[in-house]
Ligand binder design. Structure first.
Ligand SMILES: [Zn+2]
Length: 288
């Protein structure tokens, strides 16, 4: 919640009963100070969330990828890696990528609940039941469309190896238990939750609090930031063709734009987004 000066529209600090720019008195700040409630600094939350995502998604994900490569090596001693200088076998790549994404998601969820629990809860509540019902129903229908687009075109709304596994798992993927359906469902659920907390709640509220941008501009900005961050996280350390990169980025862009819109329609509640994403996961598991 941000309080602005009535006369010069500057964002006021929590203790700024008199605006330090123009000197106007703010009744809202006075009330806030009297009530003794400390409002949460959404800009700080947004910065911390993005920083955490970068740290966890890139640094930790990278380290874990290497670590799981070593673990794979230990479990499957004597595994044939092929010639020196050749690419690593796909079984190793899938094993590392899937486990790393799972752990990084769990870390983000843990941090979100540990440090931002009080801040998180208001955004889980349903603000308008009618809107919630309509947007969730419409969103679910759109997810059916998106599932079929993923199935029949190259445009993808899932990490490429997960899409490929669901459509038709290759021997490499199943080999040595590198990937399985249960693991994929858990990864997708955890990762969806992380994205909603960071990309929707933290980024949108951060821009809203810290800037004077219009809602439409904020939706576009959050779409761009989310697309860049999630595409990097999905594609990091993965060998895919340039066209696959483009299809993934395109899919992410559409997906984050829709989720941003839905977040606004639901008056800043992530619950509808979470339910729609859960439906998407069920759909891709059944239909792909
Ligand atoms: Zn002022």
């Amino acid at each position: 919640m941000k309080i602005r000066c009535r006369s010069c529209y500057r964002v006021l600090n929590n203790d700024e009963e008199y605006c330090t720019r123009c000197g106007a008195h703010s009744d809202e700040v006075k009330e806030l100070m009297d009530s003794g409630i400390t409002p949460i600094d959404e800009v700080l939350v947004a910065k911390q969330s993005i920083l955490m995502y970068l740290l966890v998604a890139f640094l930790l994900n990278g380290i874990l990828n290497v670590l799981f490569g070593i673990i794979f090596n230990t479990i499957h001693e004597g595994y044939n890696y092929g010639e020196v200088g050749m690419d690593l076998p796909l079984a190793v790549t899938y094993f590392s990528a899937a486990n790393s994404l799972l752990i990084t998601s769990l870390v983000i969820i843990f941090v979100a609940f540990m440090f931002n629990y009080k801040d998180l809860m208001p955004f889980m509540k349903i603000n308008n039941k009618k809107r919630f019902a309509i947007t969730t129903a419409v969103g679910s229908l759109i997810m059916v469309g998106i599932t079929f687009i993923t199935k029949y075109t190259d445009l993808t709304f899932l990490p490429i190896y997960i899409r490929d596994f669901l459509i038709s798992p290759t021997i490499d993927m199943k080999l040595e238990g590198s990937l399985n359906l249960f693991k994929i469902i858990v990864i997708l659920i955890c990762y969806s939750f992380c994205e909603e907390v960071i990309f929707r709640k933290a980024i949108i509220n951060g821009f809203d609090e810290g800037t004077l941008l219009r809602d439409s501009s904020i939706i576009i900005l959050q779409t761009l930031i989310s697309t860049i961050l999630s595409s990097l996280c999905f594609l990091l350390l993965q060998k895919t063709s340039f066209t696959d990169y483009m299809w993934t980025i395109g899919g992410n862009f559409i997906f984050h734009f829709l989720m941003g819109l839905n977040y606004y329609f639901n008056k800043r509640s992530i619950t509808s987004n979470l339910i729609i994403r859960l439906i998407f996961i069920v759909l891709v598991v059944i239909i792909l």
